[in-house]
Design a protein around this ligand. Structure first.
Ligand code: KG4
Ligand code: ZN
Length: 363
C-alpha cells in the first residue's frame, strides 16, 4: 500500500477502522449518492442496518422536460445536499463525530451530478479525518440486497436491471464479481423509458408502463424472435424500435392519439417480451453456473410483472430469488454506504482527494 494513497489520512487511521470491523465493533458509514436525479445521504451500521436513508428526489423538476436535464440536476444537488445530510444525521440520531468513514458514488452517472456528491464527500472525509471510499453505483445496487436480506451472503447470481445497466453477474464475494452477460445496446430501464415517452406517459417512464401493463393484454408480437437466444447477452433496441414504429403507424392510420386500451395492450406486450428475456436468461445462467440463489438489483427490479414471473419460477425451480425492498431498488445512498462497508473491510476503493467522477464504468 502506498502511503500517498491516503494523502489526508494516515494508514494507521484506516487500519484502526478495519480492526474495528475485524473485532465485530460497530462501524458507521455515511453514504452519499448523486449520480442522477436523487440527492441522497444515508447512515448505515455494519453494512446491513439502515439508521437513516434520506432521498431528495428531483422528479417533479425534470418531469416537465420529459427526462433528466443534467445541468439542472447538478444545480439542484448543490441546493439540497447539506440539508439532506442534516436530516440523515437527525433521523439516525447521531453526530458527525461518530462517523467512521464516508462512501460516495464516483460513477457511472452524470458527470456534473456525480461531482457534487464527490466534492461534498471529500470535504466531509477531510474535515472528519476519516477514510473516503469510492463506490461504483452498480456495486451499490447489488448491496441494496444486503440491507433487505440480513442473512444474504455471496456467492450468488445477480440480474442487474437499471436505467444505465443490464447484466447477469456472478457475485463471488462482497467485493468481486464476474460479468456473465450484458446488453449489447440499450439498458432495460432505457427501453422502458423510451416506450413510456412514445406513449406520452411522462417521466420516469418505467413505473407508468408497469401500471398500464397490469391492466392490458399481452396480445401484440412486435418482433419475432431474439437473435441472442443462445448467449447470456441481451438486446433491447430491437423491441424498443419496433414499439416506437408500431405506435407511429397506428397513430397515422387512426389520425388521432391512441386510446387507453391500445396503450395498455402495448405496455403489456412490450413488458412481457422484456420479462421473458430477463427471466429465461437468468434461470439458464443459474443452472449453467450451478447457483441456486438469484438476486435482482436496480430500478427495473421494482417492476411488478418481473417480480410476479420470478415468484412463479421460484415455486417451480430449486432457486431462491431475492429483491431489494421497493424503496431500495431505485437510487439511494443506503446501498452506497453498505458497499462502502464491505469495501473498507476488503481494502478496496480507498480514495484520496484526487478522486474524480467517471461517467461510465465497465462491469
Ligand atoms: O437503478 P435506477 O434507479 O437508476 C439507474 O441506476 O439507472 O433505475 C432507474 C430505471 C428507470 O429507467 C426507470 O424507468 C426504471 O428504473 N424503473 C422501472 C420501474 N421503476 C423504475 N422500470 C420498470 N418498472 C418499474 N416499476
Ligand atoms: Zn441506479
Amino acid at each position: 500500500m502506498n502511503e500517498n494513497n491516503y494523502c489526508f489520512l494516515s494508514k494507521k487511521k484506516l487500519e484502526q477502522i478495519q480492526n474495528k470491523i475485524k473485532n465485530n465493533e460497530d462501524v458507521l458509514i455515511l453514504g452519499v449518492e448523486s449520480s442522477c436525479d436523487e440527492t441522497s445521504v444515508s447512515i448505515v451500521k455494519n453494512g446491513r442496518q439502515i439508521l437513516s436513508n434520506i432521498i431528495a428526489t428531483q422528479i417533479p423538476i425534470h418531469k416537465k422536460f420529459g427526462g433528466v436535464v443534467p445541468e439542472v440536476a447538478s444545480r439542484n444537488h448543490i441546493l439540497v445536499i447539506d440539508k439532506v445530510l442534516k436530516e440523515a444525521l437527525d433521523v439516525a440520531k447521531c453526530d458527525l463525530s461518530s462517523i467512521d468513514a464516508v462512501a460516495v458514488t464516483y460513477g457511472a452517472g452524470l458527470i456534473g451530478a456525480l461531482l457534487v456528491g464527490i466534492n461534498f464527500a471529500k470535504s466531509l472525509a477531510y474535515a472528519l479525518q476519516v477514510p473516503l471510499i469510492a463506490v461504483s453505483h452498480v456495486e451499490g445496487h447489488i448491496c441494496a440486497n444486503y440491507l433487505s436480506h440480513q442473512k444474504l451472503k455471496p456467492p450468488f447470481l445477480c440480474l442487474m436491471v437499471s436505467g444505465g445497466h443490464t447484466a447477469i453477474l456472478k457475485i463471488d464475494s462482497y467485493t468481486s464479481h464476474k460479468l456473465i452477460g450484458t446488453t449489447i445496446d440499450d439498458a432495460t430501464g432505457e427501453a422502458f423509458d423510451k416506450v413510456a415517452r412514445v406513449l406520452g406517459l411522462g417521466y420516469p417512464g418505467g413505473v407508468e408502463v408497469d401500471k398500464l401493463a397490469r391492466q392490458g393484454e399481452a396480445n401484440i408480437q412486435f418482433i419475432k424472435n431474439n437473435s441472442l437466444k443462445s448467449s447470456f447477452d441481451f438486446s433491447f433496441s430491437g423491441i424498443k424500435t419496433a414499439v416506437i414504429n408500431y405506435v407511429h403507424k397506428l397513430k397515422q392510420s387512426l389520425k388521432q392519439d391512441l386510446n387507453e386500451k391500445q396503450k395498455k395492450d402495448i405496455c403489456a406486450s412490450f413488458q412481457k417480451f422484456v420479462i421473458d428475456e430477463l427471466t429465461s436468461k437468468s434461470l439458464r445462467a443459474c443452472k449453467t453456473f450451478n447457483l441456486n440463489k438469484l438476486v435482482i438489483a436496480g430500478g427495473v427490479g421494482a417492476n411488478s410483472g418481473l417480480r410476479k414471473k420470478f415468484d412463479e419460477i421460484q415455486k417451480q425451480e430449486n432457486i431462491e430469488i431475492f429483491y431489494p425492498n421497493l424503496d431500495l431498488c431505485t437510487d439511494n445512498a443506503g446501498m452506497i454506504a453498505s458497499a462502502g462497508y464491505f469495501q473498507i473491510k476488503d481494502n478496496i476503493g480507498i480514495a484520496n482527494l484526487n478522486l474524480t467522477a467517471k461517467p461510465t464504468i465497465n462491469l
